[in-house]
Design a protein around this ligand. Structure first.
Ligand SMILES: [Ca+2]
Ligand SMILES: [Ca+2]
Ligand SMILES: [Ca+2]
Ligand SMILES: [Ca+2]
Length: 720
């Protein structure tokens, strides 16, 4: 599948004087991003429409819903290992946050202060915390939140100092460094200046979407006179990346801005600037258990490679040694033990300039071979014995790799590619031919709905014995040294995988809930799958559940005792089935989208989810408007409606969070057993014109010792 974002990197023509404002520079991008701009506009529209529909829906009188917390950003987005810091998490419905859960060890959190739209926490990052993303969520009595990323780094980290929107106000920085910053307001531009020596080479890696931020940002490198040296956007789908060798010593500037000019306090980013090393690819992308292989690492600034390490997971069994290294290539020797667990490993390399980013490497159990070029032309096809894993590369534009093999009558084969899943830029496409060159089948994407994985897969039943061939290429005929793939050709192996329908399951205190599990069956398995929940606390009981023969789903009924406190427990679900007379166990998993608001996102695979015990909400709030226009010196009114539980009569005090300076609201209460109140906002003459998108109305009601807090959908204030 072609991505909507096809534009990789735009180099602008030089010729801007230092007086040219960066806003102008970034706007001068002819023909740029038409598609993504429209899709963003659509997203915004859909967002507004969906908010409207929530508000206009007429709810049954008793339909009071639990709204779980939603987190939209953390700032700063990361820290160096061994540090302690305070961070702010923004979101909705965060009042009464009881806990911050990190999925991996290494980062511990302590709650400092909670409001409805933000939570302040103190983090402690262990000196040996794994470098890379650490996923976390919040828990409140209304459930657990979505996942976000806190990234542990190995460089010194700093924070931007606003205002930094002009050349004169640029924040002075020194590489290597990781800068934490935000595109907090519309038209925000963040500028940094740094001195470089002649011949120095630096990597500028901007992490926004890959950090789960919704921001879609552009990065421009300029020289001291304001000429654009390099411009990047959408290198890693949404995130920019620049690698540059400076011929001339001097002062240079970096300018960062959102592509559509729209800022948001949630659009946080990290900009890492370092003199390498940077890994672009590894080849081959995997090896068989028990094999020894020489691997080539491609990238930048790899000279002086000393240590190679397997990140996280057990590295016993993967023995790695650096053999040689030059500027853009390093070779390593890998010995894979026979009993090393199958699956994906992350490999990083160390040079005196620091650690590289990790690349993925897969350990498999089938015999492996490497493609031998030329294998494009008729008569030059590479013959392979089956089953096989072929490690190949689409090493230049237009390269097609073709493999010939023999098939028995009535044989079934699976042709499966792993490329993008392992970090390759390749968008694989497979075509199957008979001996006369007639096309029998083709596939572009195994899962056309997965935007982040465009790997191809084919399964075919051969009626006639004979010679056949398979061609693999890039869908858009692109290629290069980093375009590696692993193509597996094998017999079907019946199997299944299980998935959760949510990574935020809940059960009401004293009530019931369900865990819905979906099975994906393949290659001939249609047997029964028995489900079991692991890690359940005493107060929650689960009934047994079975995904019946041939069926795809089952729900596990849960029951929670009364009188227990609202909290969350990490659980797993295991499915047991019999395959070829052997008992097989599979954990349920889920590909979780990690994102605040906005178009950018990343994903992560989880097999453990927090099961939350929730407390029922007593009321919900709704507002008659999603957009509230206000003119300076003027006022605006809107109605807030409460939906109450039958027995809930208490008065609800309305509090407004995040009003811009100069805008005030009168104290309002929805009276005892009443359902409406009118909120009136007043703007002074001095209020700053603009769009304020995070204003929220919070209702508070005291019931004995407990304070009930509920939030209305947030509104956008437009001040003219
Ligand atoms: Ca900023
Ligand atoms: Ca700024
Ligand atoms: Ca090739
Ligand atoms: Ca594809």
């Amino acid at each position: 599948m072609k991505r909507a974002y096809e534009i990789n990197e735009i180099v602008l023509s030089p010729g801007f004087s230092r007086r040219t404002s960066v806003t102008e520079i970034c706007r001068l991008k002819p023909g740029l991003r038409t598609i993504s701009f429209i899709s963003q506009a659509l997203l915004v529209l859909l967002f507004i429409l969906s908010m409207g529909s929530v508000n206009s829906r007429v709810a049954a009188k008793d339909e009071v819903k639990n709204t779980p917390p939603q987190i939209s950003s953390v700032f700063p987005q990361g820290a160096r290992c061994g540090s302690q810091l305070e961070v702010t998490i923004n979101g909705q419905n965060l009042s009464r946050t009881t806990k911050v859960i990190f999925s991996e060890p290494g980062v511990t959190a302590r709650l400092l202060k909670t409001a409805n739209t933000n939570v302040r926490i103190k983090l402690e990052v262990a000196p040996h915390a794994a470098i890379g993303p650490h996923y976390f969520r919040l828990v409140t009595p209304r459930g657990s939140s979505n996942l976000l990323i806190f990234r542990v780094g190995d460089l010194i980290e700093t924070e931007e100092a606003e205002p930094n929107d002009t050349f004169e106000k640029a924040n002075r920085i020194q590489a290597p460094v990781t800068i934490n910053a935000r595109m907090a307001v519309d038209e925000d531009i963040d500028m940094y200046s740094l001195r470089v020596g002649s011949g120095e080479r630096l990597i500028f890696d901007l992490l926004a979407a890959r950090n789960g931020s919704g921001g879609d940002l552009a990065l421009t490198l300029l020289d001291a006179t304001g000429h654009i040296v390099k411009h990047s956007e959408d290198h890693f789908l949404w995130d920019p990346f620049i690698s540059f060798s400076f011929k001339e010593a001097g002062e240079y500037f970096l300018a960062i801005r959102p592509l559509d000019g729209r800022g948001n306090p949630d659009f946080a980013y990290q900009l890492t600037i370092r003199p390498g090393p940077y890994l672009a690819s590894i080849f081959p992308l995997g090896a068989q258990q028990g094999a020894s292989a020489e691997l080539m690492l491609h990238g930048q600034m790899l000279a002086g490679a000393k240590r190679i390490e397997v990140e996280r997971g057990p590295d016993q069994g993967l023995e790695l040694k650096a053999l040689s290294s030059a500027a853009d290539v390093a070779s390593i020797q890998m010995n894979v033990a026979k009993d090393v667990p199958l699956g994906v490993y992350h490999i990083r390399l160390w040079t005196p300039a620091g650690w590289s980013n990790p690349v993925k490497f897969l350990v498999g159990d089938l015999p492996e071979l490497t493609e031998a070029e030329p294998n494009d032309a008729p008569g030059k096809l590479q013959s392979v014995d089956l089953p096989a894993v072929i490690n190949g590369r689409i090493q230049r534009k237009g390269d097609v790799d073709q493999f010939a093999f023999k098939v028995r009558a009535c044989e079934q084969l699976v042709f499966e590619v792993k490329a993008e899943e392992l970090g390759s830029p390749l968008d694989t496409h497979l075509t199957l031919y008979n001996s006369k060159g007639k096309e029998l089948a083709s596939n572009d994407d195994a899962d056309p709905n997965n935007r982040l994985n465009r790997d191809a897969r084919l399964q075919f039943s051969f009626l006639e014995a004979g010679d056949y061939s398979l061609a693999i290429r890039d869908l858009s005929r692109l290629g290069g040294p980093d375009y590696g793939y692993r193509l597996t050709i094998r017999k079907p192996v019946p199997g299944f995988s299980l998935s959760f329908d949510t990574d935020r399951p809940m059960v009401e205190r004293g009530g019931s809930g369900t865990l819905k599990i979906t099975a994906k069956r393949w290659e001939g398995f249609d047997g029964e799958i028995e489900l079991e929940v692991l890690g359940l606390p005493e107060m929650i009981s689960a009934s047994s559940a079975v995904i019946k023969k041939g069926e795809a789903q089952a729900s596990i009924p849960l029951k929670c005792e009364n009188g227990t406190a609202a909290q969350a427990f990490p659980i797993k679900v295991v499915g047991k089935a019999t395959l070829n007379d052997q008992s097989v166990r599979q954990l349920a998993g889920m590909q979780v989208r990690v994102s605040g608001i906005g178009p950018g996102y990343t994903t992560t695979q989880v097999d453990e989810v927090p099961l939350a015990i929730t407390e029922p909400a007593q009321f919900n709030l709704e507002i008659g408007a999603t957009q509230v226009p206000l003119i300076r010196g003027g006022s605006a009114e809107f109605t807030v409606t409460a939906r109450r539980r039958e027995e809930f009569k208490t008065a609800i005090a309305l509090v407004i969070e995040n009003l811009p300076a100069g805008v005030t609201a009168e104290e309002v209460k929805i009276g005892e057993d009443l359902n409406h109140a009118v909120v009136k906002l007043k703007a002074s003459e001095a209020v700053k014109v603009g769009r304020y998108s995070d204003v929220v109305i919070v209702g508070k009601a005291r019931i004995g010792e407990r304070e009930e807090i509920e939030q209305a959908p947030r509104i956008t204030l437009r001040i003219d």
